[in-house]
Design a protein around this ligand. Structure first.
Ligand code: URA
Length: 213
């Protein structure tokens, strides 16, 4: 499924003026085995337009492989569809200082700007389980009080947050409940290798859940 072009256009408009670049569409079938919700695309993704195709993506593909799934069987998306960046300095090999952009976590306002897009996907994608990758996806859907470190690997069933109108500055709860399985963002694992074991436990739990269905 691909979101309608007018919605992508709306997303581009709503995020104008924020330090972000590019626009990456969610990707996958309307009836996927899982729906995966990340944070925001990085540099690789905005260049090739494919969600989770950079370093975090490689880590995510290992997890999918472990679950016995391929990229084509899952719907992959994120809370924000443009790459949030910040400027920083880097010393080159010849000692020259150059300015470059670095990825950063999206802000609440950026997440709100792209909320109508994820809302549309949640409404139209019929996934048995929504897997949130990291705190951003989890909190966007299940509320700010949720912490991945506390509830990873546990299936929660609850309404999700959505924008009732485009003017809204805060979320409402959907009438229906969704099954959400929070786990770590794949990038968190290469910044903190001690999470690897916890991620594997989560994946084992998720694998059993998929098998039972
Ligand atoms: N992190 C995300 O949330 N999405 C991507 O596409 C890449 C990294």
């Amino acid at each position: 499924m691909r979101i309608p072009e007018h919605l992508a256009e709306l997303g581009r408009k709503r995020i104008e003026g924020f330090p972000v670049e590019g626009f990456v569409y969610g990707e996958g079938p309307e009836h996927p085995a899982l729906m995966l919700v990340g944070e925001a695309p990085g540099e690789t993704e905005i260049h090739n337009g494919i969600p989770f195709s950079g370093r975090a993506g490689a880590e995510l593909m290992k997890s999918l492989d472990f679950l016995g799934l391929t990229r084509e069987q899952v719907y992959i998306t994120s809370a924000v569809r443009s790459r949030p960046y910040k400027w920083g300095e880097k010393r080159t090999r010849d000692g020259e200082i150059i300015k470059r952009t670095y990825n950063r976590t999206p802000t609440k306002k950026e997440i709100l700007a792209h909320a109508p897009i994820l809302d549309y996907e949640i409404k139209h994608i019929q996934a048995p389980i929504i897997v949130t990758l990291g705190n951003i996806g989890l909190q966007r859907l299940a509320g700010n009080d949720k912490k991945v470190t506390q509830i990873h690997g546990q299936l929660i069933e609850q309404p999700v947050q959505y924008l009732r109108s485009l003017e809204d500055k805060s979320y409402h709860w959907t009438d229906r409940s969704y099954k959400i399985f929070p786990t770590f963002h794949p990038a968190a694992v290469f910044y903190n290798r001690s999470l690897e074991e916890k991620l594997m436990e989560d994946l084992n739990t998720l694998k059993r859940m998929i098998k039972k269905r």
